[in-house]
Design a protein around this ligand. Structure first.
Ligand code: ZN
Length: 304
């Protein structure tokens, strides 16, 4: 798991600056305990509440949230910043990015992309799953077998990342099939959606990691720079978020190349207020897999 060796970009002097930042962050992190940090530990709604406080200028929250069968969402989780367009709901930053992507596609001469589905509440998935199980039972399967079979074609309640309000299904023909990947829109999305913060969440080559069939129509908003890092390194969210959530792992990313601006993506057990105040903007916070947070911080290389 040496992804960071491939991912880290930039000159050696940049590493030194970044290393100093990390070292000071570790030292500061051990000494600073914010009362507010408890509010974040407790759950997803508190993360969103924190986002709207003036203490830190966090622009995005929960973008790297890994949701799957092993990491389901609570039944009462509802994103706080959903916006609606023609009955389809998405988190506001994801919707804005989708509209930008749509405009860029049109500028490249590709028309007809439609949003088929986005945010789905827990109860929607629960009812869908229950209906499927009941149908299978009525066909003669015993209850355990019916649940097993239903889970092969549907996400269990809580395990669908549509509940995050960050996932969307797109189509040109109305159907959600593998053939979408072969259309002009599908190919464009495969190559370009990362520039707008989207990943193809269930790629063809990673089904043994995601445990989900190839779904070229299902996009997940993770924001920048994450989508581009994952695209260029061929990483799923399981691999990327999992790597960072391991204590001690981090990613430094400069984009565009040669820019003095960099991102530091890091796992933190504590809330590094002081480094935010002095050095770096925290632009995103997300719960880490085994506790703590995944922080995305934006800074500038300082040269003397
Ligand atoms: Zn989907």
């Amino acid at each position: 798991m040496n992804y960071w060796k491939r991912i880290i970009k930039g000159r050696a002097s940049y590493y030194i600056v970044a290393a100093l930042i990390i070292i000071s962050w570790v030292i500061i992190g051990m000494r600073v305990r914010l009362l507010a940090s408890d509010a974040i530990v407790d759950g997803e709604n508190e993360v969103y509440a924190y986002k709207h406080s003036n203490t830190l200028n966090i622009t995005d929250s929960g973008l790297l949230w890994l949701v799957n069968l092993q990491n389901p969402l609570d039944s009462d989780f509802v994103p706080s910043n959903l916006v609606s367009h023609q009955g389809i709901r998405l988190q506001a930053p994801a919707f804005a990015a989708y509209n930008q992507m749509l405009a860029a596609m049109k500028a490249d001469g590709i028309q007809g992309l439609q949003l088929a589905s986005a945010y789905r509440p827990y109860v929607y998935q629960r009812d869908l799953f229950t209906t499927k199980v009941n149908t299978l039972k009525s066909q003669g399967h015993n209850p355990e077998a019916a649940i097993e079979l239903a889970a092969q074609v549907l996400q269990r309640p809580g395990a669908s990342e549509h509940q995050t309000g960050l996932a969307l299904d797109v189509t040109v023909a109305g159907d959600l099939t593998e053939d979408f990947g072969k259309t002009a829109a599908g190919k464009w999305i495969e190559e370009n959606s990362h520039r707008f913060g989207f990943i193809i969440r269930y790629p063809q080559s990673k089904t043994e990691i995601t445990h989900i069939i190839y779904e070229p129509w299902h996009l997940r908003y993770v924001g920048l720079p994450h989508a581009t890092i994952m695209f260029e390194n061929n990483l799923t969210l399981e691999e990327y978020a999992g790597f960072i959530a391991e204590t001690g792992n981090y990613i430094i990313w400069t984009e565009p190349r040669g820019s003095r601006e960099f991102y530091l993506v890091i796992h933190s057990d504590e809330w590094p207020q002081t480094i935010h105040d002095r050095l770096i903007d925290i632009s995103s916070v997300c719960p880490g897999g085994g506790g703590g947070y995944i922080l995305t911080m934006r800074g500038m290389y300082i040269t003397y």
